[in-house]
Design a protein around this ligand. Structure first.
Ligand code: KIV
Length: 304
């Protein structure tokens, strides 16, 4: 095949995707987006079907976030989810994603004991689940670890501000960076993460003004969640934006669909149909063949 021949695989196209769909998103292509001032669109997903929709919709980054502990498993916070569980979900997503950059979240405890173990866990994400990058929470205190993971050829997404794995230290999910001291600390953290080799930093739950300052100070892109519109990109938790959660959303969440509403009415209709014996219909049923009907000693009712 000639090098100029179009190949959907080379272009990162999905089997169901139009042939002119854009090329595979990579770490360098995200850096280029910042230079070109093109917004980065990211979202979380945790299963094959949803991830496939994300990929086919042309989003740039898909994060298998540890938020899955809360939105998929109904846990109170993200702290209990394990490496093995994160790997299981990430593998399902991997089968669906052809174009978006696939990032896996390192769960609480998987990078907090010693750097050797943390590196081994980052490597597991690449080898056992096909993640292309890992995300971990924290600032300056993670610098050495991040350098080590990056040196092992694994791109690292940083995450500062409201870091859900610090829920107990923060005393809840509270907006961060509200005092002069906290502002300085977060600016220092962002620069430290860039120097350590992160390719992108998530800024969560910080004032818009601070997110803008950090975004301007960094060469790498920032991706905001509850950080205002001036970041280089945005990320939302899938279940928040699709209304698949059961409590009022945070201020920064925009609801793009009411999937819970659609599912609730579909399930109620299904219950009514089965109760009324209108589901399944004859057309939705399999039937004996004519030969079998003729062999039956008992008469077989044929419904047309
Ligand atoms: O776990 C998660 O979903 C996240 C995003 C909110 C960035 O960390």
């Amino acid at each position: 095949m000639s090098l100029t021949t179009f190949s959907p695989e080379r272009a990162g196209a999905h089997p169901g995707r139009p042939a002119d769909s854009p090329a595979k998103v990579t770490v360098p292509s995200l850096l280029e987006k910042k230079l070109l001032r093109q917004p980065i669109v990211a979202v979380t997903a945790y299963d094959y079907a949803t991830a496939r929709l994300v990929d086919e919709a042309g989003l740039d980054v898909l994060l298998v976030g540890d938020s899955l502990a809360m939105v998929m498993q109904g846990q109170e916070n993200t702290l209990a989810i394990t490496m093995d569980e994160m790997l299981l979900y990430t593998r399902g997503v991997r089968r669906a994603v052809k174009r978006a950059l696939l990032v896996a979240d390192m769960p609480f405890g998987s990078y907090h004991t010693d750097d050797r173990e943390a590196l081994a866990n980052a490597i597991r994400f690449v080898k056992e689940s096909g993640a292309e990058a890992v995300k971990l929470e924290g600032g300056r205190e993670r610098k050495d670890l991040i350098q080590r993971i990056v040196a092992a050829e694994i791109p690292v997404m940083g995450h500062i501000g409201l870091t859900p794995q610090s829920v107990h230290r923060m005393g809840g999910y509270k907006v961060q960076g509200k005092t002069m001291e906290a502002i300085d600390e977060l600016r220092t953290d962002a620069l430290a993460l860039e120097q350590a080799g992160c390719f992108v930093i998530v800024l969560e739950g910080v004032p818009r003004e601070l997110a803008r300052i950090i975004t301007d100070e960094l060469h790498i892109p920032t991706i905001g969640i509850g950080a205002g519109p001036d970041c280089d990109g945005q990320i939302l938790v899938m279940h928040d934006m699709m209304t698949m959660t059961f409590s009022p959303p945070a201020k920064f969440v925009r609801r793009y669909a009411d999937i819970a509403g659609v599912m609730r009415s579909a399930l109620e209709e299904y219950r009514r149909d089965v109760d009324a014996r209108t589901f399944p219909s004859d057309a939705e049923s399999y039937h004996f063949s004519r030969e079998i009907r003729e062999l039956m000693t008992e008469p077989v009712e044929v419904v047309d």
